[in-house]
Ligand binder design. Structure first.
Ligand code: NDP
Ligand code: ENO
Length: 439
């Protein structure tokens, strides 16, 4: 089918409901690519939206009714917690024959809301950019979900999204949610638990010689990155995704099981379990290739927010890393197969796990520290409690307590966000530049 996109662009209007971080990123990219773009946020934010659109060709409208009446492809980019209510409000006002999609991080509830509230003549093509608003979309995975759409509509949406220059993957909502439970929700759970454990022990990890250098920098930078972001993004993608609940629970169980083995003198059982899990995930040869990151201490040492000299650093049990590999094993997951829906954070997480497991001396030292040293027990104990606490909030679908816990920890670390974000961004940029193409 031949379509002249230059002609279509003259009339076709894109609508974005929710002019927050992601909505604004999309609106700017689409309008720079020459599309007509209408945006709105909550009605009371209209003046602020108008101001942000000054000097651009983006049309600020009062509310989702106006956007829905005028636009031919409407994207909802709002908090997942409110999505059902918002689609219920504006969905019935969708222009006849338009296409609707959303940017939310968990797709099954989004598609359910579209099916529930959209008129039958409306087509549904959704998407999900696998990166945050401050990451360049170029080459990052972008999932497109063609739920109900004619060929022509599908081609138009692909053309619209092509200006992001992302690496496109086509999945169903269910496939998307199963994979992102691992690449997003469990990854976040691990870094959320680290931050919570540090706070519980009244530590700023960068001030302590047990946490400096190498992979410690990744842990600190990524944990600070999550805590400096919006809680609702993490809560939504974990709580709404049934696969995420199961996987986060397994992660908390793996953390607990390993800790119990370590403190009850079952060193051999601990070692055998860790090595079996490692073989399942990384293969018999333990070759560092799945993330393609090829991390090295020298590289990571450059991205520190700590003032403690590296030679003062002491061994770490890395319970968080041993447990993620254990949980992948228990769930039968090969994270390498999930790279199609990977975020920068997930790639670093797999890279770090691979770094520990493919470095025999380091792995042995982690096992030794966990089972024979008492020094790390207080830290590991708090980590166990934290992993279980996050898992419980997710399992209960408890947005309120998730938010309270997140904000308490966010406030504790807030003074270091500015520096950590700068260092973290530089680190992610550099590490991803090193990413070699995996087959
Ligand atoms: N941030 C990220 O890294 C990514 C987020 N996502 C997903 O994208 C979606 C948006 O996230 P993000 O942009 O980060 O969040 P933001 O909080 O920055 O944006 C959401 C926006 O929607 C607005 N909103 C709320 N109710 C309405 C309404 N009735 N009509 C119009 N606008 C409304 C909010 O206003 P107010 O704040 O006043 O309530 C806010 O400005 C989420 O579903 C998230 O899961 C996807 C990929 C990456
Ligand atoms: O990289 C991550 O995991 C992030 O934290 C950013 C993020 C958050 C939500 C998404 O739906 C996609 C990316």
């Amino acid at each position: 089918m031949d379509i002249c996109f230059d002609e279509i662009k003259k009339e076709f209007q894109i609508g974005i409901i929710g002019f927050g971080d992601m909505g604004r990123l999309y609106a700017e990219r689409f309008s720079q690519a020459g599309w007509i773009v209408n945006v709105c946020d909550r009605k009371e934010n209209f003046e602020a939206v108008k101001e942000k659109c000054d000097g651009t060709t983006i049309n600020a409208l009062q509310d989702g009714f106006q956007v829905s009446r005028k636009s031919d492809y409407i994207l909802y980019s709002v908090e997942s917690e409110y999505l059902d209510r918002i689609v219920g409000m504006y969905g019935p006002a969708t222009k006849v024959g338009a296409i609707v999609g959303g940017q939310s991080s968990c797709k099954s509830p989004e598609i359910r809301a579209f099916e529930k509230y959209l008129p039958k003549d409306v087509e549904i093509i959704s998407c999900h950019s696998m990166h945050g608003p401050r990451v360049n979309p170029q080459s990052q995975p972008l999932v497109i979900i063609r739920h109900r759409a004619k060929d022509k509509s599908f081609m138009i949406v692909r053309e619209i999204l092509s200006c992001l220059q992302s690496s496109v993957v086509f999945l169903s909502a269910e496939e998307h949610d199963r994979i992102t439970a691992d690449t997003q929700a469990v990854t976040h759970a691990a870094f959320l638990a680290m931050g919570m454990a540090w706070r519980a022990n009244n530590q700023y990890p960068w001030e302590i010689n047990r946490w400096c250098g190498g992979i410690e920098n990744i842990k600190m930078n990524l944990s600070m990155r999550i805590y400096s972001s919006k809680w609702h993004v993490y809560a939504g993608l974990a709580i709404f995704n049934p696969d995420a609940r199961k996987q986060i629970k397994q992660y908390a169980t793996s953390v607990t099981d390993l800790f119990k083995l370590a403190i009850s003198g079952k060193a051999q059982e601990f070692e055998s379990r860790v090595r079996t899990a490692g073989k399942f995930v990384f293969g018999e040869q333990f070759t560092a290739s799945s993330s393609g990151l090829l991390l090295s201490d020298e590289l990571l040492d450059q991205y520190s927010i700590s003032n403690v000299p590296n030679d003062k650093s002491v061994g770490n049990s890395h319970l968080s890393i041993l447990a993620i590999v254990d949980s992948w094993w228990k769930l039968g997951i090969h994270p390498q197969k999930h790279m199609i829906c990977s975020t920068p954070l997930f790639r670093l997480w797999v890279g770090v796990s691979e770094y520990v497991f493919c470095n025999p001396d380091l792995l042995t030292s982690c096992i030794y520290t966990a089972t024979k040293h008492n020094e790390f027990c207080p830290d590991d104990l708090e980590f166990v409690i934290s992993a279980r606490s996050w898992s419980e909030h997710v399992e209960q679908g408890d947005f309120e307590n998730y938010k309270k816990q997140f904000i308490k920890i966010q406030d504790y670390f807030r003074p270091r966000f500015e520096e950590a974000t700068k260092v973290g961004n530089a680190m992610i940029k550099k590490l991803l530049e090193n990413l070699k193409k995996t087959a």
